[in-house]
Design a protein around this ligand. Structure first.
Ligand code: ASP
Length: 450
C-alpha cells in the first residue's frame, strides 16, 4: 500500500487536479491520498490557505470578511466548473461559510478552523471528481477517522497516540480515500492545524498508521538537488538519501519536507519517495533508512545564516568539574537552545541561533556566565553562517575535510569553526554570514565536479 500526498502546486487548478487523478488511478496501490489546499497557479497568485488567513483576520478584527471569503469561493468555483462537478459547489460554499461564521471568541481556534478549510474543501472536491469519472472515492473527515491532536507546551500541534490505531482502519476502505492534510481535531472536537506546510505531516502519519510500503510525496520538482538550485546551475540530483542525511541537510536550511514530517515514517522505516506531479516518469528522490547505492561521495551541501558564538575562557577549565554544565544550565534556564559546543582546553564555544538573543537577553546570559560560572572572558561573535557537507559515504573515505578546507582557503574564506560530528556523516564549517553562498558554491565545485 502506498500513501500519496499531493502539495498545493499539484492541486492549484483543474488541469493540475486531472494530472493528480491520473497518477492516483495509474497504480491500484494508491488507495489513501492526502491533499493540500490549492496553491499558486502562477508566481503572482495567492495560495488558498493565505486567502483563508486573510478571511480569518478580517473576522477577528470585527470587519466584514465577505470580500476575502468570496476570493476563496471563486477559486473553488473555477475548479468545480472546469472539472464539471458544479453540483459539488454548494457543499463547499456551505462548509466555508460555516467556518467563517463560527465563534471568534477563541482567536486561535477560529484561525485554525478557517485555515483547515483549504485542504478540507480540496479533499471534498477531488473525491467528487474521481467519483464523477467512474472511480468511487470518499472524502475522509479527520474528525470521523480519529486523527486526534493536542497542543504541547509551546503551542505546537502534536498527535495523540491512539490516532494511529484509529487511522489504521482506513486500510479496509473499499473506495479510494481522500484525506485532507494539515489538520486534525482535539478531543473536544476543535480543529487543530499543524504549522505551515503541515500536510506533509498528515501524509507521514497516515503512512505510519497503515504501515505503508512507501510514502509518496508529490510536488513540482524532479528530485531533491545536492545544493540549492538558485545557487548553482543544474545541480546534481539526489536519487537516494537516508533520513539522517536529510535531517542534517534540513538543519542547515534544506527545505524539502516539513521538518516534523519525517518522524512517523522514520521510526517505522517506511521509505519516502519525493516525485514530480508534472513529470511522473522522473526518478525522484527516495529517503530511506539504509542506502543501496551512492551516486556521489557527498550527498548534499547546505548552509544557513543567523547563528552566533559565545566563547567562554577560563584558565584550567578542563580541571574544573561542572564548569560546562553550569554554562549549559544557564542557557537552559534562559530558554535558549544550543546548536553546537566545540571546546578547547581552556575555552568553550557555544553556538546558538541569533533569534534567541535580544540585547537584554545577551546581557543577562553574559553576566550570568561571568558571575555564576566565574568565566574569565566571554566574547560574542555575531553574524555566523553554518555550512554543512553531508554524505553517508564520507564515513569510509579519506581526505574530504582536507579538500573542502583547502578549497575554502584558496577562495579566501576564513573558517571560524570547523566541526565533524561523531557520526562522520557530516562536517560543519562556520563562516561569516556574507560568505555563506560563496562557500557553498566553492564546496560544490570542489566536491561534485571531480
Ligand atoms: N496549505 C497549508 C500551507 O499552505 C498546508 C500545506 O500545504 O501543507 O501551509
Amino acid at each position: 500500500m502506498k500513501i500519496a500526498k499531493f502539495g498545493g502546486s499539484s492541486l492549484a487548478n483543474a488541469f493540475q487536479i486531472k494530472k493528480v487523478c491520473e497518477i492516483i488511478l495509474a497504480d491500484p496501490d494508491r488507495r489513501i491520498i492526502v491533499v493540500s489546499a490549492p496553491g499558486k497557479r502562477d508566481k503572482n497568485d495567492i495560495k488558498v490557505t493565505d486567502l483563508l488567513i486573510a478571511t480569518a483576520n478580517a473576522g477577528l478584527a470585527g470587519k466584514s470578511y465577505d470580500k476575502e471569503l468570496q476570493r476563496v469561493i471563486d477559486r473553488y468555483k473555477e475548479i468545480c466548473d472546469d472539472l464539471n462537478i458544479e453540483d459539488k459547489l454548494p457543499e463547499i460554499i456551505d462548509t466555508l461559510k460555516a467556518a467563517a461564521a463560527s465563534d471568534t471568541k477563541d482567536e486561535n481556534r477560529y484561525l485554525d478552523t478557517l485555515k483547515a478549510m483549504g485542504e478540507d474543501c480540496c479533499a471534498r472536491l477531488v473525491s467528487a471528481y474521481l467519483t464523477s469519472i467512474g472511480h468511487p472515492a470518499k472524502y475522509c473527515s479527520p474528525k470521523e477517522c480519529g486523527l486526534f491532536l493536542e497542543h504541547d507546551a509551546a503551542g505546537k500541534a502534536r498527535i495523540l497516540g491512539e490516532s494511529y490505531d484509529n487511522l489504521e482502519q482506513l486500510k479496509h476502505e473499499k473506495e479510494i480515500c481522500i484525506f485532507p492534510g494539515f489538520y486534525g481535531c482535539g478531543k473536544d472536537g476543535r480543529v487543530i492545524t499543524f504549522s505551515r506546510g503541515g500536510s506533509d505531516i498528515t501524509g507521514s502519519i497516515l503512512a505510519g498508521a497503515v504501515n505503508a510500503d512507501v510514502y509518496e510525496n508529490w510536488t513540482d520538482v524532479d528530485s531533491v538537488f545536492a545544493v540549492n538550485p538558485s545557487l548553482v546551475k543544474n545541480p546534481f540530483p539526489i536519487t537516494e538519501i537516508t533520513y539522517d542525511e536529510m535531517r542534517e541537510l534540513a538543519y542547515a536550511g534544506f527545505s524539502v519536507l516539513h521538518e516534523e514530517a519525517l518522524y512517523p515514517v522514520y521510526v517505522r522505516g517506511i521509505p519516502v519517495h519525493i516525485r514530480n506531479t508534472n513529470n511522473p516518469s522522473a526518478k525522484g528522490t527516495r529517503i530511506v533508512s539504509e542506502r543501496t547505492h551512492y551516486d556521489s561521495l557527498v550527498t548534499g551541501i547546505a548552509g544557513e545564516r543567523g547563528f552566533l558564538t559565545i566563547t567562554v575562557t577560563k584558565y584550567l577549565m578542563n580541571h574544573e568539574v561542572g564548569f560546562i554544565s553550569t554554562l549549559l544550565n544557564i542557557m537552559a534556564d534562559e530558554g535558549i537552545p544550543i546548536e553546537h559546543i566545540p571546546s578547547g582546553i581552556d575555552s568553550i564555544t557555544i553556538i546558538a541561533r541569533k533569534k534567541y538573543f535580544t540585547p537584554e537577553k545577551e546581557e543577562i546570559v553574559l553576566n550570568r556566565f561571568r558571575n555564576e560560572a566565574k568565566a574569565e572572558s566571554v566574547k560574542v561573535d555575531r553574524d555566523l553562517a553554518i555550512v554543512m557537507i553531508v554524505g553517508q559515504a564520507m564515513e569510509k573515505s579519506v581526505g574530504i575535510m582536507a579538500r573542502a578546507a583547502s578549497a575554502l582557503s584558496a577562495a579566501g574564506i576564513n573558517l571560524r569553526i570547523v566541526n565533524q560530528g561523531a557520526s562522520e556523516i557530516s562536517m560543519m564549517f562556520g563562516v561569516a554570514e556574507e560568505y555563506k553562498d560563496y562557500a557553498i558554491r566553492v564546496l560544490y565545485k570542489e566536491l561534485f565536479r571531480y
